[in-house]
Ligand binder design. Structure first.
Ligand SMILES: Nc1nc2c(c(=O)[nH]1)N[C@H]1C(S)=C(S)[C@@H](COP(=O)(O)OP(=O)(O)OC[C@H]3O[C@@H](n4cnc5c(N)ncnc54)[C@H](O)[C@@H]3O)O[C@H]1N2
Ligand code: MOO
Length: 406
């Protein structure tokens, strides 16, 4: 049986993926992590007027070139309430951070460098350079300037800039829509009381989390039995829901009750490939059904999560216009590992930071793909390429980070 290498399988999944083109306008608070769909022009100039960067006194530089100059304070300029008059020879205006620079003034002296005298007069204790502590109009951006660009992921800095450009809503790309269907006669939702031979369906939640973390909206189609008609009905429901990706869980292998692939083929799916040279996750299936990418993930929880990290995450990010996310790093092995066979291995491991700051990866001794607790305790996956020779404690190894080590 030939198995497709992981990298080739991923390249094939991504080659066909078309990023979602529809856009929507969202209020700024709802834009975090979304991708800007168009270049954005500033709706005003920022700063809109010359203003003070400090609390102090607005002065004419020629009056304060020498330390010890005495000035008459003729008024004040506060943020939101500027001084309307003009600063003339020998005069100063009390000014606060953000307040408009009065006409005539060209420099601000901070109040720490001023001695207050009797009768609304001040004396300078320092001679700042001309223009000191003044934020010039337009020094941030000019009205009409394109300062944010389509394709940018909206983060704290970009959202602040968008707001200061006077945009209350932003055009963003729509989220990819991903339907998840769990299959299996034995499955019940969390919170149920399992009868004999029944188990709780857990995969949906981790797979959905991976998709959502990467910008997708989830349609949970629930659980269907190992029954062609039931699977076909759920697939039809998914197709009518304007989805980009259908993820099926379970029923992907070769058992008599593994009906997902054959049912989907009956629904009109074109099979791209099935079976990957990876462990866990070998029975992964990829196909296309009327423009929808179908990812058939194996039922073992760890297998489905590893497949979701390796395939669904990059696919979702591409559909969402998000840049690829690299989880790859390097760590030192904290245990010996045997030589590998033909499947690329993803070994659950605890990650710690050693005393010298280097990353250590300690593989769990049990790697069964049904063990959800060990996966939850894993901070990373040690990647063992096909036919990798035995590795010794202390050797460097590639690791996919699942979370930051503590
Ligand atoms: N003769 C062979 N048997 C198996 C092979 C093989 O190559 N030859 N491959 C094995 C591998 S590898 C995997 S992985 C599994 C994948 O099996 P399926 O995708 O068909 O999944 P199921 O049989 O439906 O379930 C496997 C396992 O996972 C449990 N499960 C299923 N769905 C869920 C869910 N939503 N939440 C939690 N647990 C779930 C299910 O009860 C089974 O225990 O096949 C091997 N067999
Ligand atoms: O490859 Mo299966 O995914 O062993 O667990």
């Amino acid at each position: 049986m030939s198995l497709l290498p992981v990298e080739e399988a991923l390249a094939r999944v991504l080659a066909k993926a078309r990023p979602r083109e529809e856009t929507e306008r969202l209020a700024l608070h709802d834009c975090l992590g979304r991708v800007l769909a168009e270049d954005l022009a500033a709706r005003l100039t920022h700063p809109a007027f010359d203003n003070s960067a400090m609390d102090g006194y607005a002065v004419r530089h020629e009056d304060i070139a020498e330390i010890g100059a005495e000035l008459a304070v003729i008024g004040q300029s506060a943020a939101g309430r500027g001084f309307r008059g003009e600063v003339k020879r020998g005069e100063a205006v009390r000014i606060f951070t953000g307040a408009p620079l009065p006409t005539g003034a060209d420099t601000v002296i901070v109040q720490e460098d001023i001695e207050i005298l009797e009768g609304a007069r001040v004396r300078t204790l320092f001679a700042p350079a001309k223009g000191r502590h003044i934020r010039l109009s337009g020094q941030d951006f000019e009205a009409g300037e394109l300062a944010l660009f389509g394709g940018s992921v909206l983060d704290a800095g970009r959202l602040t800039l968008a707001a200061s450009m006077n945009h209350d809503c932003l055009p963003v790309f729509g989220r990819p829509r991903i339907a998840i269907l769990a299959t299996g006669d034995e499955l019940l939702p969390p919170g149920s009381s399992p009868g004999p031979d029944q188990i709780i369906a857990s995969n949906t939640f981790g797979v959905a989390a991976i998709a959502r973390e990467n910008g997708a909206e989830i349609l949970d189609l629930g659980i269907v039995a190992d029954d062609r008609a039931a699977i076909a009905a759920a697939v039809a429901e998914a197709q009518s829901a304007d989805i980009d990706v259908l993820v099926t869980l379970g029923g992907a292998s070769v058992g008599d009750h593994d009906l997902v692939q054959s049912t989907l083929l009956g629904c009109g799916m074109t099979l791209d490939f099935w079976r990957i040279a990876m462990r866990p996750g070998k029975p992964l299936m990829v196909g296309e059904l009327a423009g929808i990418t179908v990812l058939g993930l194996p039922g073992n929880p760890v297998s489905s999560l590893v497949c979701a990290l390796l395939f669904l995450e990059p696919l979702t990010r591409k559909l969402a216009h998000l840049p690829p996310r690299s989880r790859l790093t390097t760590a030192r092995l904290a245990a010996d590992l045997p030589a590998n066979d033909r499947r690329q291995d993803y070994i659950r491991a605890r990650l710690t930071v050693g005393p010298d700051g280097s990353l250590l990866a300690e593989p769990f001794s049990r790697q069964d793909s049904s063990m959800t607790k060990i996966f939850a305790q894993s901070d990373g996956l040690i990647v063992r390429p096909p036919q990798a020779p035995a590795a010794a404690t202390g050797d460097l190894c590639p690791v996919l980070k699942l979370r930051e080590p503590v």
